[in-house]
Each structure stands twice: as C-alpha cells, then as structure tokens.
Design a binder for this molecule. Structure first.
Ligand code: HEM
Length: 221
C-alpha cells in the first residue's frame, strides 16, 4: 500500500482503483434506493437486510468508508502535487482548447460532492448509528421508507441534493474514463467503448438519484 502511494503513478493507480470501487457502489446504492419509488415494503425489506446484515455492516461499510476518505484525500494530494510541479500554467493548457471543463475542475465538482456527503451522512448514516447503537432501539422494519420520504419534504435539501447530483454527473463524466486510463486500460478498440459507457453512466446514475429525490418531494402529502 505504501509503495502504491509513494510515487505519482502509484497514487494515480490507487486513486483509480478507489474510483472504480465507488463506481460500483453507486450502481448498488442507486438500485436499492430506486426500490423506494416502486414499493415502500420492498424498500423496507432491502434496507433491513442492508442495515442489519453483519457482513455489510462490519465489513462492507468500513471498506466503503475507507474508499470514500481515501479517494478524497488522494484527490487533494494529486491536485497539490500537480500544482506544485507546475507553478506556471502550461502555455499548452489553453483552457477549453485542449481539455474539458470537467477534467480541469475535478477538484471543484469533487468538493461539491464532498459537501453533499457531509449533509447526506448526517441525514441518513448518522441517524442510523444513533438509532441502532446510541439509543439502542429494537429493530423496526417499517421505518426506513417513511424516514427517507420525510427527508425529501424540505425543498432546500432537495435543491441542494439535485445540484450535487448534477456536479456528481460532471465529476463522473471525466472520472469514469480517466480511472480506466490510469490503470492502463488503453486500446484503440476499447477506449471509445469505455468513453461511451462513461458518458451513459454519468448521465443515468445522477438522473436516477434526481428522480428519487423529486419523486419523494412531489409525493409529500
Ligand atoms: C436520492 C438520492 C439518495 C438517497 C435517497 C440515498 C439514501 C441513502 C440512505 C437511506 C443511506 C443510509 C444507509 C444506512 O446506513 O442504512 C445512505 C447512505 C450513504 N449514501 Fe446515499 N442516497 C442517495 C444518494 C447518494 C449519492 C449520490 C452518494 C454518493 C455520491 C451517496 C453515498 C452514500 C454513502 C457513502 C452512504 C453511507 C454508506 C451506507 O450507509 O451504506 N448517496 N444513502
């Protein structure tokens, strides 16, 4: 691990691996949360399974927490190293002429997603920890859907969530294909496929989250 993070190439490789893990997590997270749009009882069952399964709680969740923190810390380290290695901007780096807004501003879109995660962890994860471990309540398998639904009654929260999902989309639009490049997956035949997959992924995943947020906001009674 130390070897992997001691050189720039190693750091980029490790960053890409954490990104790929998070890309998979987002598919899983979206799939579970989409259930809440179709069936409250199926969502309650899925949440109960995720929330009380020891393998998920005590193995997968700590791995996920580590991946999220690692990805953000390593993102900052790479950004700082890039800046100090290049105190004067490349004459070649002529704004939009030879790079996209997304690729030049990964740190900005990343910071918005980080701010979102702060609120999101407070909204859901912290609430779960309190309910289960601090207040030590008995399991209540009926509560998950109502708790989620209630969070989306607040228009400001929904607006902030949606802004964050759009920025997440921009982050993914560059990040998806960049993570494949960083692990050396470059090939004249497969790179265009990876880029196309990245474009679809970066549209469909945030769109799915936006639909969930809007659905719960618009169906409040
Ligand atoms: C409308 C969209 C979303 C909804 C309704 C939602 C819902 C939830 C819920 C209910 C939990 C609590 C799980 C638990 O601890 O029992 C959770 C946790 C979490 N969410 Fe989201 N989420 C959304 C979008 C996102 C996005 C876009 C990201 C990442 C950028 C994200 C990252 C996380 C993480 C890292 C956790 C903590 C891990 C976990 O507890 O499983 N979520 N979310």
């Amino acid at each position: 691990m130390a070897g992997l993070t001691s050189s720039t190439i190693g750091r980029k490789y490790a960053m890409a691996l954490s990104a790929m893990f998070l890309l998979l997590f987002l598919i899983m997270h979206l799939s579970v949360n989409l259930i809440s749009v179709f069936s409250p009882s199926a969502f309650n069952s899925a949440s109960e399974f995720m929330g009380y399964n020891p393998l998920i709680q005590f193995l997968m969740q700590p791995i996920l927490g580590f991946a999220v923190i690692f990805h953000f810390v390593m993102g900052f380290v790479l950004e700082l190293k890039n800046r100090s290695a290049r105190p004067v901007k490349y004459a070649m780096n002529n704004g939009s002429a030879n790079s996209t807004w997304m690729s030049r501003n990964m740190i900005i879109s990343g910071l918005v997603v980080l701010a979102f995660l702060g609120l999101h962890m407070y909204d859901f994860w912290w609430h779960e920890i309190n309910f289960k471990y601090v207040e030590a309540n008995a399991p209540d398998n009926e509560r998950f859907w109502h708790e989620l639904h209630a969070k989306f009654a607040d228009a400001w929260r929904v607006i902030f969530y949606i802004i964050a999902f759009v920025l997440l989309g921009l982050h993914l639009a560059h990040g998806f294909q960049s993570s494949f490049q960083s692990v050396g997956a470059r090939h004249p035949k497969y790179t265009p496929v990876i880029k196309a997959l990245g474009t679809w992924y970066s549209i469909l995943i945030p769109a799915g989250f936006i639909i969930i947020a809007l659905y719960h906001f618009l169906t409040q009674s």
